[in-house]
Design a protein around this ligand. Structure first.
Ligand SMILES: NC(=O)c1ccc[n+]([C@@H]2O[C@H](COP(=O)([O-])OP(=O)(O)OC[C@H]3O[C@@H](n4cnc5c(N)ncnc54)[C@H](O)[C@@H]3O)[C@@H](O)[C@H]2O)c1
Ligand SMILES: [Zn+2]
Ligand SMILES: [Zn+2]
Length: 395
C-alpha cells in the first residue's frame, strides 16, 4: 500500500510499504477513506518529537471502512464505516475505566513505555503515528491501518453523514471541546483563546456552545481570525501583531482579565520581540524543548481565580514559566491529550442534529500522493490553508 513516511525534519515521502496485518485477535484493518494533517503532525514534521525513526508511517486523524477483523472482535463487521480516535486505549485498565482514555496503561508496550516512564514518571496511552515514545504504531496517513482494541475505539457512523462532517471526531473536535469544558465556563464568562488553527476554531465554537458570554480569539493570520469572527457576534478578535495581547485583553475585560485562558497553540508558539528571540535560540541549541510564549501570556492575563486550559501540546521542559503568578492568583491549570473516546457519541449526536458542522474548516482535499505538498502549505499557511484532508483512494 501507499503511506506517508517520515524521513527527517521537513522530509515526508509517500512510499510503498507492506500492507498492515492482523497481529492480535482484537485488531481490525481499516481501509482509509479520509485522513487529515494535524498541528500535532507539524511538531513531528518540524523535528521536535524525539524517537521518530526513518520510514515511520505518520497520521492519527483517520476514518474508513472495516475490511478485516480479528477473531475476538465482536462489535465491528466488514463493511462498517468508522472513525478512529487518536489515542489507542484498551478499555479495561484503571484509567480507561475512569474515562481517562489518553492515559491508558496497556497500549504502550515496552521498551517504549520504559523510555517514556524515565521522562514522565509514567507512560500515557500510545498514539497512532506519533513516535516510538508513544508506542511506535503505524499511523493513518495511508491506504490501510491496523486498529488495535477494535471493539473499544472506533465509532460506527450512521448513514447519511459525509466523511467531511465526521472525520474530525478522531481528534480536533473533541480536543477543542475538552479544552473548553476544562475552562469550567459559568454564565457571563469571557474566554480568551490563543490560536485560531483547527483546534482553536473548535475550542472557540465549543466555548460558545458551553455558554461563554464572549470569546476573544487571538492569532495573526487574517483568514483564521476571520473564520473565528464569522462563528458568532459573541467573538471578538485580536491580531497580536497589531496590538499587544496582554494590554488588549485587559482593556476588553474591564481590567479584570479573562475568566479562562485557553492555549490552542502549544510548543511551537510564535514569539515576539526579545522573548521570542530568547526562546527560539534556546530551543535551537536544545537548552529548552518547547517555546512557551503563549502559556506565559495566558497565566499572566488570566483573572485571579480563573482557569488556564491547555489544548496545545507540550513535550518536554519549559523555561521561565511564571509559577509565582499562577500560584498567587490561585489559578487552576488543566491540560492533556484528549480523552477522545469519551466525546465521540455526544459530539456525533450534535453533528447529527446539525448543531455542529465541523467541515467548514477544510480548505484543501488532496490525494495521498500530494501529502508532502499538504504539509508544506499547512505549515507555512500558504494558499489560505487551514486544514488539509488527504484522500488515499481518490481516483
Ligand atoms: N491536546 C490534544 O490532544 C491535541 C490534539 C490535537 C492537537 N493538539 C495541539 O493543538 C495545537 C494546535 O493545533 P492546530 O492543528 O490548530 O495547529 P495550527 O498550527 O494550524 O494552529 C496554531 C495556530 O496558532 C497560531 N499562533 C502561533 N503563535 C501564536 C501566538 N503567540 N499567539 C496566538 N496565536 C499563535 C498560529 O498562527 C496558528 O494559526 C498544536 O500544539 C497541536 O499539537 C493537541
Ligand atoms: Zn491531531
Ligand atoms: Zn486502558
Amino acid at each position: 500500500m501507499k503511506a506517508v513516511c517520515w524521513h527527517g525534519a521537513m522530509d515526508m515521502r509517500v512510499e510503498t510499504v507492506p500492507d498492515p496485518k492482523i497481529l492480535n485477535p482484537q485488531d481490525a484493518i481499516i481501509k482509509i477513506t479520509s485522513t487529515a494533517i494535524c498541528g500535532s503532525d507539524l511538531h513531528i514534521y518540524n523535528g521536535f518529537i524525539p524517537t521518530m525513526q526513518s520510514g515511520d508511517i505518520i497520521g492519527h486523524e483517520f476514518m474508513g471502512e472495516v475490511v478485516e477483523t480479528g477473531s475476538e472482535v465482536k462489535k465491528l463487521r466488514k463493511g462498517d464505516r468508522v472513525v478512529v480516535p487518536f489515542p489507542i486505549s484498551c478499555g479495561q485498565c484503571f484509567f480507561c475505566q475512569r474515562d481517562l482514555w489518553s492515559l491508558c496503561d496497556n497500549s504502550n508496550p515496552n521498551p517504549n513505555a520504559g523510555m517514556i516512564e524515565k521522562l514522565y514518571g509514567h507512560s500515557p496511552a500510545a498514539l497512532y503515528g506519533y513516535s516510538h515514545l508513544f508506542g511506535g504504531y503505524a499511523g493513518g496517513q495511508a491506504e490501510y491501518a491496523r486498529v488495535p482494541f477494535a471493539d473499544v475505539g472506533p465509532i460506527k457512523i450512521p448513514e447519511g453523514l459525509r466523511d467531511d462532517q465526521v472525520l474530525f471526531l478522531s481528534d480536533i473536535l473533541p480536543t477543542g471541546y475538552m479544552a473548553a469544558e476544562n475552562c469550567n465556563i459559568q454564565p457571563g464568562d469571557i474566554v480568551a483563546v490563543w490560536g485560531c488553527g483547527p483546534v482553536g476554531q473548535f475550542a472557540i465554537q465549543s466555548a460558545l456552545l458551553l455558554g461563554a458570554e464572549r470569546v476573544i480569539a487571538i492569532d495573526r493570520i487574517p483568514e483564521r481570525l476571520n473564520l473565528a469572527q464569522q462563528l458568532s457576534d459573541r467573538v471578538q478578535i485580536v491580531n497580536y501583531e497589531e496590538i499587544e495581547t496582554g494590554e488588549a485583553l485587559k482593556e476588553m475585560t474591564g481590567g479584570r482579565g479573562p475568566d479562562a485562558c485557553l492555549d490552542a497553540v502549544g510548543l511551537e508558539a510564535h514569539g515576539m520581540g526579545l522573548e521570542g528571540f530568547y526562546d527560539k535560540v534556546k530551543q535551537t541549541v536544545r537548552l529548552e524543548t518547547d517555546r512557551p510564549n503563549v502559556l506565559r501570556q495566558a497565566i499572566v492575563a488570566c483573572r485571579k481565580g480563573g482557569t488556564v486550559s491547555l489544548a496545545g501540546v507540550y513535550g518536554g521542559f519549559l523555561d521561565k514559566i511564571p509559577m509565582g503568578a499562577a500560584f498567587n492568583k490561585g489559578l487552576t491549570l488543566k491540560m492533556g491529550q484528549t480523552h477522545v473516546h469519551k466525546y465521540l457519541q455526544p459530539l456525533l449526536n450534535r453533528i447529527q442534529t446539525g448543531e455542529i458542522d465541523p467541515s467548514y474548516i477544510i480548505t484543501h482535499r488532496l490525494p495521498l500522493e500530494e501529502a508532502p505538498h499538504g504539509y508544506d502549505i499547512f505549515k507555512h499557511k500558504k494558499d489560505n490553508c487551514v486544514k488539509v484532508v488527504l484522500k488515499p483512494h481518490m481516483s
